[in-house]
Each structure stands twice: as structure tokens, then as C-alpha cells.
Design a protein around this ligand. Sequence first.
Ligand SMILES: [Zn+2]
Length: 81
Amino acid sequence: MAYSRRPYRREYSGRKRQCRFCVSRDEIIDYKDMKLLQAFTDERGRIRKARRTGACRRHQSRVAQAIKRAREIALIPYTTD
Ligand SMILES: [Zn+2]
């Protein structure tokens, strides 16, 4: 063979990845919950894309809203460059 094939990459691991907020209903999106917000922002303080976070559209927008609120009251930075 002239060129080697790349190793097979799994597209799906059996079942679809679900939004963590949909899975655990008691997990609330709180703008004061910095640990949660940090999980949804990158190291520069920017909001991660839904593709990265795995959150559904509804919850992703709620998290984004919470992050913006937290930024306003200076809990988390807007961006750190
Ligand atoms: Zn969800």
C-alpha cells in the first residue's frame, strides 16, 4: 500500500451523548455556581460551543445566559488575553 490508512475513528460509541442537564434533572444552572460556569468556558473565559459542551440547545443557552450574568457582576472574566 502506498499510503497508510488512518486508524478508524469511532463516530458513535453505542449511544448518543446526552446533555448533562437533561440527564440529571436536579442539576440547576446557577450564575453563582462558578465551578459549573468554568466547565462551560475555556481557559480564556470564553463560552464553549455547544458541540464541545454536549449540552442541548435549550440548556446551552441557559448556561450562556448564566455566564453573561456572572460576567456582569464580575464573578468571571469576559476574556483574558
Ligand atoms: Zn438539556
